[in-house]
Design a protein around this ligand. Structure first.
Ligand code: NAD
Length: 320
C-alpha cells in the first residue's frame, strides 16, 4: 500500500513516534494525535518543522475530526506500561473502548485502512506456550491488569465488528514486549527500570524469584512488523515479537554485564496476575507478512543502554 496521508493516534508515544518518523521517510503526510497522557511532544520534536507532519493535541475519547483524505489510521493511543495503566485505569478503559470506536469511525468515514495496536496481554497468564494467534487467552476480568487486557480484548472485538458489519479494512497486531530508545526511564517496565538502576548504581529490582519469562523485541523490528501489516490487507490478528525467551533474572544479569555496573540484584514482590511466561509464535507473521525479528537481545540492549545513558545525563539523574 502506498500511504499518502496517515493518522497515528498515540503518535507522541514510544512506538507511535517511530511510526510517524518511518511514514514521513516513506513520503507520507502524517497527522499525529495525542493527549500526552503518557507520551510527550518531545518524542516528535525533531519532526515538528517538517511540512508533511502535524501534531494535534487531542483526546481520542472525545470528538475526533480530521479534514481531508486519510488512507491509513494506525491506532496506538493507550497507556501501555503497567505502572501507567494502573495509575490511569479508567482512562485506559476509555481509550481502549471509546478511543477505538472513534479511531474506527474515522477510518470508516475516510475509507482508510485501520490497524489496531493490540497486545500479547490479551493472552493473559497463558496456558499455551508459545502463544499462537488462535489461543484465546487466560485473563482475570476483575484483576488489576484487566483495565488494560480487557480494554484491548474489547478493542479487538470492536475492530472485528467494524470489519464484518461495515466492511472497514482492518488489521490487528498483537505486539509483544518492545524496548528501545525513547522509553521513559521511570515508566516502570522491566528494561528501562533495570537499565536506569544499573547505570545509577542502584540495586536491580527483580520481581518474584525472577524465573518468569518475557520475549523482548527491539523497537526497529516491531515497527517494521506493524508497517508490514499496514501495507497488507491481512486482518490478523498477528503476533509481532521476538521469540527469544529470557527469564527476568537473566535479563537483569545481562543488563548488569552490558553496563559494567556493580549493582546487586534485589528481589521484590511479584505483582498480581503477572504472567509466568510469554513467547510469541511468529509463524503467521513470517508466512503472511514475510516478517521476522532480526535484532538480537545483546545488540538491542547495547543500543538502548547507550541512549539511556545520554538521556539520564540530560535529565541530570546520572552525573560524573
Ligand atoms: P506509550 O505510552 O509510549 O504511547 C501511548 C501514547 O498514547 C502516548 O503518547 C499517550 O499520551 C497516548 N494516549 C493515551 N491515551 C490517549 C487518549 N485518550 N487520546 C490520545 N492519546 C492518548 O506506549 P507505547 O509503548 O508506545 O505503546 C503504544 C501502543 O502499542 C499502545 O496501544 C500499547 O498498548 C501497544 N503495545 C505496546 C507494547 C510495548 O512493548 N511497547 C506492547 C504491546 C502493545
Amino acid at each position: 500500500m502506498n500511504t499518502r496521508r496517515a493518522v497515528v493516534t498515540g503518535g507522541a508515544g514510544f512506538l507511535g513516534s517511530y511510526l510517524c518518523e518511518r511514514l514521513l521517510a516513506r513520503g507520507a503526510t502524517v497527522i499525529c494525535m495525542d493527549n500526552f497522557l503518557t507520551g510527550s511532544p518531545r518524542n516528535v520534536d525533531h519532526l515538528l518543522g517538517r511540512p508533511a507532519f502535524r501534531l494535534l493535541e487531542c483526546d481520542l475519547t472525545g470528538f475526533v475530526h480530521v479534514p481531508g483524505d486519510v488512507d491509513l489510521v494506525l491506532h496506538l493511543a493507550s497507556a501501555a506500561s503497567p505502572a501507567d495503566y494502573l495509575r490511569h485505569p479508567i482512562e485506559t478503559l476509555k481509550v481502549g473502548s471509546l478511543g477505538t470506536l472513534h479511531a474506527l469511525g474515522l477510518a470508516r468515514e475516510k475509507n482508510a485502512r485501520f490497524v489496531l495496536a493490540s497486545t500479547s496481554e490479551v493472552y493473559g497468564d497463558p496456558q499455551q506456550h508459545p502463544q499462537t494467534e488462535t489461543y484465546w487467552g487466560s485473563v482475570n476480568p476483575v484483576g488489576p491488569r484487566s483495565v488494560y487486557d480487557e480494554a484491548k480484548r474489547f478493542a479487538e472485538s470492536l475492530t472485528t465488528a467494524y470489519r464484518n458489519t461495515h466492511g472497514t479494512d482492518t488489521g490487528i497486531v498483537r505486539i509483544f514486549n518492545t524496548y528501545g530508545p525513547r522509553m521513559r526511564p521511570h515508566d516502570g517496565r522491566a528494561i528501562p527500570t533495570f537499565i536506569r538502576q544499573a547505570l545509577c548504581g542502584e540495586p536491580l529490582t527483580v520481581t518474584g524469584d525472577g524465573s518468569q519469562t518475557r520475549s523482548i523485541c527491539y523497537v526497529d523490528d516491531t515497527i517494521e512488523g506493524i508497517l508490514a501489516l499496514a501495507d497488507s490487507d491481512f486482518p490478523g490478528p498477528v503476533n509481532i515479537g521476538n521469540p527469544t525467551e529470557i527469564t527476568m533474572l537473566d535479563l537483569a544479569r545481562t543488563v548488569i554485564e552490558l553496563t559494567g555496573s556493580a549493582s546487586p540484584i534485589r528481589f521484590i514482590d511479584r505483582p498480581a496476575d503477572d504472567p509466568a511466561v510469554r513467547r510469541p509464535d511468529t509463524t503467521l507473521a513470517a508466512t503472511r507478512l514475510g516478517w521476522r525479528a532480526e535484532v538480537g537481545v545483546t545488540e538491542g540492549l547495547r543500543r538502548t543502554i547507550a541512549w539511556f545513558e545520554a538521556e539520564l545525563r540530560r535529565t541530570e539523574e546520572l552525573v560524573g
